[in-house]
Design a protein around this ligand. Sequence first.
Ligand code: AOF
Ligand code: ZN
Length: 373
Amino acid sequence: MISLAQDKHDHLYMHRALELARKGRFTTGPNPAVGCVIVKDASIVGEGWHQKAGEPHAEVFALRQAGTQAKHATAYVTLEPCSHQGRTPPCVDALINAEVARVVIAMQDPNPVVSGRGIHKLHDADIEVRVGLFETAARALNPGFIHRMQTQLPYVRVKLASSLDGRTALSNGVSQWITGAAARADVQVWRAQADAILTGADTVLVDNPRLNVRPEQWPNGIEKPLFFKQPVRVIIDGKNRIHDDLRLFEVETPVFVVRTTEAPASRHRHCHEIIAKADSQGRVDLHDALKELALREINLVWTECGAQLAGALFNAQVVNELVYYQANKVLGSDARSMIALQELTQLDDALSFNVLERRMVGEDIRVIAQPMK
Ligand code: AOF
Ligand code: ZN
């Protein structure tokens, strides 16, 4: 039984551990963001957070800071401590060696090489363990990591923007900057959380984007990460149409071009090629393409694309989240629609969403929603 006073303490310190974990959310990929707090006699003696894959885990930083004070202390960790030798040694061993008395864990590690083994090892060492405190908040920290571990697919966030009347571009194709400066800065934060930015060959050829994170456009009010980890760029280019003379290649991070088994081999010096199955219409099978990305440890894909690819992603049911900006303009009925879908004859066939959040970003409205399956 946990006393009320103990429970209150646990909440307080796990809240702090979550705050620490959040600092890593732009930099830890393909690893999860994790925070750890070590508490002795009702005061914090060590704090740590995971910063970068290959570098020490949250627990190691916190234990280093705590030193000998970790003995008989309580450790608060936002993810089950690892039990395996990965790029770094197992954290459970470090906690056991430090002789902590109790470990409070927000969620079990979905990584099959850990998943429950860390908790087991702590029990076996006679350490008291509490699991599941603030689990929802802990899960929200790492949607990409959790989704890839559980489904072998990346978590896909699709960004769309439209006018008040749901249009994205004038009929002559003019489309850029419907939304305001605050929404564009906000997009930088979403890009920075992603391991890959995905778009289609059409968007690349028409808009010539760089699809990178630009620190100088980082919004005020959001703490800048320790360093900027650039996501890779992924272009769905079923027919192999993109060429070398594009702004994508002004940025050093890798570009992956996804083509079908039927398309000719890539002609580009600067690209990595991913070969995916073709669907029944000879286009890239998006599920297969995403599976290939997951094999390359891509946890979270941020998609900025046109109506065709957006429609295909929703049709393929591979979208986990929609981030939608609605601008304060009306473009009229000749302008283009935001998502290309086959003609619907029944309202039951419409795409439906659970809206999770709706707020203003500058003069635009931002909606975060999840497709209903
Ligand atoms: C923890 N604490 O701070 C993190 C954990 O290759 P490695 O050694 O970095 O191990 C990566 C795996 O460890 C990762 O897939 C996940 O299961 C776990 N991450 N575990 O105890 C941490 N970042
Ligand atoms: Zn670890």
